[in-house]
Ligand binder design. Structure first.
Ligand code: GLU
Length: 486
């Protein structure tokens, strides 16, 4: 993979999920953009777990998020699992740092302790709304005298630390995707840095971490645009230069609403279980950003890195279309190198318990046989079942043939099969032609009869692909078993 060397400081980006649930497809896209940008620029990707929500963060989600990222082919250079020299990479392990820096801002008069209780704040919010004012902290504790403050602290009153938002400032930044975005600091009320439980707020932890971890570019979803001016003000307070920002549009469902479970699968792990290929998901997700043409030639990760340009990510909303993803998955199933497809199928074959029964050569042949019709890896299951078990069903005349005709076709086909030396594709075609001639049957009734008798199914790959894998002995056995019951 080609790596661009930049003159400026080395690009350092981060993906910062909260381990409060599975990896959502929207967050996976954020991770992907960060990964692609780091690779493109020869920079580094940091994985940071934002686990400050103590009640909802769980270790199993950390594991699942990391597994999903790895499955997608996303690798990080620093993170909670592999370490790095700017760690630790879990926010709960960085609390001392947040506290120390908050204390520093308090000493400098840029932040202050706030003793308002939750109930008081709520009552005042209600009051503001009643008067038609936007709800926000009214700055009450900003105005406490030094004596009052000292007394409350000495009494050990629970308190938060709030940032003293400077008045009358214009906060402007050049977003790599959206262009210039401007906010007035007067629309931002004094917000919390440290909660009364001793944990940092999201905005504070992010700024401290991004600054201490040397993050150069923050690439994240549009939903964070309103946080950015707050974060920039915090950089100013710390006398640091903010990173560059790129906010990409969120993924919406076809109804224009934020993508959620109502629209179908949203967790990467679920797409994985349902039989999607990581290549397809990655290709589709970057296609949603306009980086590759979803209808164009398929691209793997290296080619996507080549094509990637953060500033070209589309500003328009990204509408997630499950049908399109399914179609792309089918294209990947057909176009991937056979070994890669086999690798992706392996866990499924193990779960279905078919690999041991068949041996590697047959497995390979069956995969080749099934790939033309499959959209999902799970579509291979009925194809494998053709070869691992033979079900003799009650004969169904619908769309096929009545019992008598079926018996006639099968008896004759068994004869013509015996007459060819090897029942490979060519042998099968000869046997079938001869049987059609002798039985006077052809087309759908003929083939449906063979298909039902030999596979127990009404659909599936072409018989010309199935029959050579079954082999002559098995074909004759199966026909004999069906004839016994017909
Ligand atoms: N933990 C935040 C999230 O998952 C990260 C936001 C950010 O990138 O700053 O939305």
């Amino acid at each position: 993979m080609k790596k661009k060397q930049t003159d400026g400081p080395r690009v350092r980006v981060r993906f910062a999920p909260s381990p409060t649930g599975s990896l959502h497809i929207g967050n996976a896209r954020t991770a992907l953009f960060n990964f692609l940008y780091a690779r493109k620029e020869g920079g580094r990707l940091i994985l940071r777990l934002e686990d400050t929500d103590l009640e909802r963060s769980e270790e199993r989600f950390e594991t699942e998020i990391m597994e999903s990222l790895r499955w997608m082919g996303i690798r990080w250079d620093e993170g909670p699992d592999i370490g790095g020299d700017r760690g630790p990479y879990r926010q709960t392990e960085r609390v001392r740092l947040y506290r120390e820096l908050a204390r520093q801002l308090v000493t400098e008069g840029k932040a202050y302790p706030c003793f308002c209780t939750e109930a008081e704040l709520e009552a005042r919010r209600q009051e503001q709304m009643k008067r038609g004012h936007p709800p926000g902290y009214d700055g009450r504790c900003r105005r406490l005298s030094d004596e009052e403050r000292a007394r409350y602290l000495a009494e050990g009153r629970p308190h938060t630390i709030r940032f003293r938002v400077p008045e009358g400032e214009t906060v402007s930044f050049q977003d790599i995707i959206h262009g210039e975005i401007t906010f007035s600091s007067d629309t931002i009320s004094d917000f919390i840095l440290m909660r009364s439980n001793g944990m940092a707020s999201y905005n504070w932890a992010v700024v401290v971490d991004d600054a201490k971890m040397g993050v150069t570019h923050v690439v994240r979803g549009d939903d964070h645009i309103s946080n950015t001016p707050k974060q920039i003000l915090l950089y100013h307070a710390l006398e640091l230069r903010p990173p560059l920002y790129a906010h990409h549009p969120l993924i919406l469902g076809v109804d224009g609403k934020r993508l959620s479970k109502r629209h179908g699968a949203t967790a990467v792990s679920q797409f994985r279980r349902e039989g999607y290929l990581p290549e397809a998901l990655v290709f589709y997700l970057v296609g949603l950003g306009g980086i590759v043409a979803s209808d164009g030639p398929l691209k793997g990760m290296d080619e996507i890195v080549e094509a990637f340009d953060l500033s070209q990510v589309s500003k328009g909303t990204a509408v997630f279309d499950h049908k399109k993803l399914l179609w792309i998955n089918g294209r990947f199933i057909r176009e991937l190198p056979p070994d890669r497809l086999l690798g992706a199928l392996k866990p499924f074959l193990e779960a279905w318990g078919v690999a041991d029964k068949l041996g590697p050569e047959k497995v390979r042949a069956i995969v080749a046989c099934g790939r033309d019709n499959a959209h999902l890896l799970t579509d291979f299951r009925p194809v494998f079942e053709i070869f691992t078990r033979h079900e003799v069903r009650e004969w169904q005349p619908d769309g096929g043939t009545d019992r008598e005709t079926a018996r006639n076709i099968l008896e004759i086909f068994a004869e013509t099969c015996k007459q060819v030396e090897i029942l490979d594709e060519e042998g099968y075609i000869r046997a079938a032609k001869a049987a059609m001639k002798r039985s006077g049957q052809k087309g759908r009734p003929f083939f449906m009869t063979l298909r039902r008798a030999l596979t127990g199914q009404d659909h599936g790959p072409e018989l010309v692909k199935i029959i050579p894998i079954l082999g002559k002995d098995e074909v004759l056995n199966r026909i004999a078993r069906v004839l016994e019951r017909l």
